[in-house]
Design a protein around this ligand. Structure first.
Ligand code: C2E
Ligand code: MG
Ligand code: MG
Ligand code: MG
Length: 292
């Protein structure tokens, strides 16, 4: 009898679990095909703003997947699937090559901006990524300082000894290294000091309530001071209001990114903004205040 009960329970859970696993497997298969065919995947670019001058200093490349049946899929859905299966290494290479090609196109138009690319820790663990990027940038005539590599903090410290060599090589080649989602992981200050990261990107969860919650404002102020005392460039992500921007300016946070300035855009729209810089300022200076 007990056995039947167990079986019943098992049968209750099975269909939904199977459905989820099947969906993941299907997505992964189609993602592999999308990379091979070089169709369906596209990079969008979100401006990064110098908070003192208001100018675009660069963009972050963010992948999008135009799925034939499901429409535009968010990386939050498919990047974890790719991460789980190591396919992220190939997908990450596609992202890298596509972003570098776009830098080369902008360079040809005399817009030598920096482009940040999200890199998975797995890409640092498999193959010689520093050599790969170096060769690609040489072939495409791209200055290494134009390439910023963002590595998410929570995954960073896990296999640190294995990836430290790659990080050091990347830095020696002149690429800029950034810690993404800073504050959500567990990097120790002493480790942080010894690693070759030049930029810390403060996670958007810290920015979200800075103008309404005094504790959050104090917290972000402490994070920025700490970063500066370690000689890091600080960038705040997820800036959505003018008030947040002003507070971050007053805390001497160097750079900002967020919907206030712009959502991630297709490359040609970034080209337009680079050609008409005044349009950029108008975009956010006219945005009505959301918090007062
Ligand atoms: P991330 O690198 O931390 O990127 C920031 C995310 O916040 C992006 O989401 C961006 O669209 C969103 N965002 C920007 N400004 C705002 C704002 O003002 N408010 C809010 N609420 N959100 C904002 P997205 O594009 O969906 O990407 C999610 C994550 O997926 C990224 O987080 C990154 O970890 C990962 N990802 C995206 N593209 C790639 C890629 O090419 N390779 C890898 N390995 N990961 C990627
Ligand atoms: Mg990022
Ligand atoms: Mg981030
Ligand atoms: Mg993130």
């Amino acid at each position: 009898m007990a056995k039947t009960g167990e079986n019943n329970q098992f049968q209750l859970f099975q269909p939904s679990m199977t459905a989820q696993i099947t969906r993941r497997l299907k997505l992964e298969q189609r993602l592999r095909r999308a990379v091979l065919d070089d169709t369906q995947l596209v990079l969008f670019y979100q401006p990064k703003i110098d908070l003192q001058t208001g100018e675009i200093i660069g963009v972050e490349a963010l992948i999008r997947w135009e799925h034939p049946e499901e429409g535009m899929l968010s990386p939050a859905e498919f990047i974890p699937i790719a991460e789980a299966s190591n396919f992220i290494v190939e997908l990450g290479d596609w992202v890298l090559v596509s972003a570098l090609k776009q830098i080369a196109r902008w360079n040809q138009l005399n817009h030598s901006i920096e482009v940040a690319v999200n890199v998975s820790v797995k890409q640092l663990l498999h193959g010689n990524i520093s050599q790969r990027i170096f060769v690609l940038t040489q072939q495409m005539n791209i200055h290494p300082q134009q390439v910023q590599l963002e590595i998410t903090e929570d995954k960073l410290m896990d296999n640190l000894d294995h990836i430290i060599t790659q990080l050091q090589l990347l830095e020696q080649y002149g690429f800029i290294l950034a810690i993404d989602d800073f504050g959500t992981g567990h990097s120790s200050l002493s480790r942080l000091k010894s690693l070759p990261f030049k930029v810390l990107k403060i996670d958007q969860s810290f920015v979200a309530n800075i103008t309404t919650d005094k504790n959050n404002a104090q917290l972000i102020s402490a994070i920025i001071s700490m970063g500066h005392s370690l000689d890091k460039i600080m960038i705040a992500e997820g800036i959505e209001t003018i008030e947040q921007m002003k507070l971050l300016q007053s805390l001497k946070c160097e750079q900002g990114q967020g919907y206030l300035f712009s959502r991630p855009l297709p490359a040609h729209e970034i080209t337009h903004l680079l050609q008409h810089p005044a349009d950029m300022r108008e975009r956010y200076l006219q945005t009505p205040s959301k918090t007062i």
